[in-house]
Design a protein around this ligand. Structure first.
Ligand SMILES: C[S@@+](CC[C@H](N)C(=O)[O-])C[C@H]1O[C@@H](n2cnc3c(N)ncnc32)[C@H](O)[C@@H]1O
Length: 412
């Protein structure tokens, strides 16, 4: 059973004032960069596409408006945050005359796209959930966007009769690249997709080069999960047999889970790296660096209500971690005294190989700091499943069901 969030409108500021404020915030944050996307965001009345939310919430620059939740309370559909919509439209480079497919419908984003492509362009929006497409179609029609074609269907199939597209924007969290997204994209066209690679989600803009897709820009993001034929579940290794410490593996099968049976019995090793992160300094490329370098890369979650202190990551909800044989470890940080918000990165490791694993993890943190910090980050390329190894380049190959994804880093 799912339910729909009910309506409530707050009377305080006018929609126009809130819209201007939203646009200013997005320009300041660097998410909104082109005059074209700015004009579209100024024109389309977002609150009319989010009747479920109070006015302030509709125009909150960094908040999605959830429109559907499942029995477990997980959001299954939303009108994405303006921030995410802005940077994905910028990543896609949507412009006049383009044919665009949006996968995952909310109404508002399709309206923005319709304004950006203009009368000579064409917009198709698809969603697997008929409640969502009914809602999107109704709102689009009500607000004059009746040229947008709304299709109910699975992203894994795409919309062949409207292809080829100059841009495809996927707005549900994908684990794999469905072959039709490449096949229905024009040569040189752009696919923007929130892709999960080794447990890390990034909005990646790919350009099509024949049967390959090559990344052009990468942004950190989070999305509701993909449903349908390409739904994917992470594998979870419960270190103590309870849900206290969960290691999550996204792609390759982990080693034998029983290897870690004795890991928590040996003393924990703690190593501090000397690598510091200032307040609000990004380190998202460190996550990708470790995911590239470490075969046993995973993410770790610690359940607060079951926490016995065996592991103490600074962020219990999401820690970068790795398993190596009978040992595991994770990255954490500690505050630097006298530095307002600055932290030093460190690693904690457990198990018979804890000291060696600590050194290995710490070395990777230090090499990121020396070689890649502040850089452009890695390049991703998507190859069809079955592409032979000798046709792939890059420092890590991540195998999905329909694709082989390579991650390459710039020379230091
Ligand atoms: C974040 S919402 C879309 C937001 C929308 N683009 C906007 O901001 O206006 C994600 C949507 O993806 C849809 N979805 C999930 N899996 C899908 C699939 N396999 N095919 C099509 N749509 C899917 C969900 O039903 C949900 O409505």
């Amino acid at each position: 059973m799912t339910n729909t969030v009910e309506a409530a409108i707050s009377p305080e500021a006018t929609p126009e004032q809130l819209r201007e404020q939203m646009i200013s915030e997005l320009k300041r944050s660097g998410d909104l960069t082109s005059p074209e996307v700015e004009t579209a965001m100024r024109k389309v009345p977002r609150h009319e596409f989010t009747p479920e939310a109070p006015l302030e919430k509709a125009y909150a620059a960094f908040d999605a408006v959830v429109t559907k939740v499942n029995e477990q309370g997980t959001a299954m559909s939303s009108v994405s945050a303006p921030q995410v919509q802005a940077f994905m439209l910028e990543q896609a480079g949507v412009g006049p005359g383009m044919r665009v497919l949006e996968i995952g419908s909310g109404g508002y984003n399709a309206a923005l796209i319709a304004d950006l492509v203009g009368e000579d362009g064409q917009v198709t929006t698809m969603d697997i959930d008929p409640d969502v497409t009914e809602r999107a179609e109704r709102l689009l029609k009500q607000h004059g966007y009746d040229t947008v074609r709304v299709v109910t269907g699975d992203a894994a199939v795409g919309v062949a009769d409207r292809a080829p597209f100059d841009a495809i924007l996927v707005t549900a969290g994908a684990w794999d690249i469905a072959p039709v997204w490449r096949d229905q994209l024009a040569e040189g066209g752009r696919l923007v997709v929130p892709l999960r690679v080794r447990g890390l989600t990034r909005s990646i803009a790919f350009a099509r080069h024949g049967d390959r897709l090559v990344s052009e820009s990468v942004r950190v993001c989070g999305f509701v999960p993909m449903q349908g034929a390409d739904e994917h579940h992470t594998q979870v290794l419960l270190v103590t047999g309870t849900e206290e410490i969960a290691l999550k593996f996204d792609d390759e099968v982990m080693g034998d889970p029983s290897d870690l049976d004795n890991a928590v019995k040996a003393p924990r090793s703690e190593t501090w790296t000397g690598v510091t992160i200032g307040r609000q300094q990004p380190f998202d490329t460190l996550q990708l660096w470790l995911a590239t370098k470490l075969d046993g890369f995973c993410t770790m979650v610690v359940r607060d209500d079951l926490d016995t202190g065996i592991v103490t990551p600074a962020n219990k909800w999401f820690a970068m971690a790795a398993v190596a044989g009978n040992s595991f470890g994770y990255v954490t940080w500690r505050r630097i005294e006298g530095d307002d918000g600055g932290v030093e990165l460190g690693v904690h490791t457990l198990g018979p190989q804890a000291p060696e694993l600590a050194e290995q993890l710490a070395d990777h943190v230090r090499s990121w700091d020396l070689e890649q910090r502040g850089g452009s980050g890695p390049r991703f390329a998507v190859h069809p499943a079955g592409t032979p190894d000798d046709q792939l380049s890059g420092e890590r190959v991540v195998n999905k069901r329909s694709s082989r994804i390579t991650i390459s880093w710039p020379e230091a």
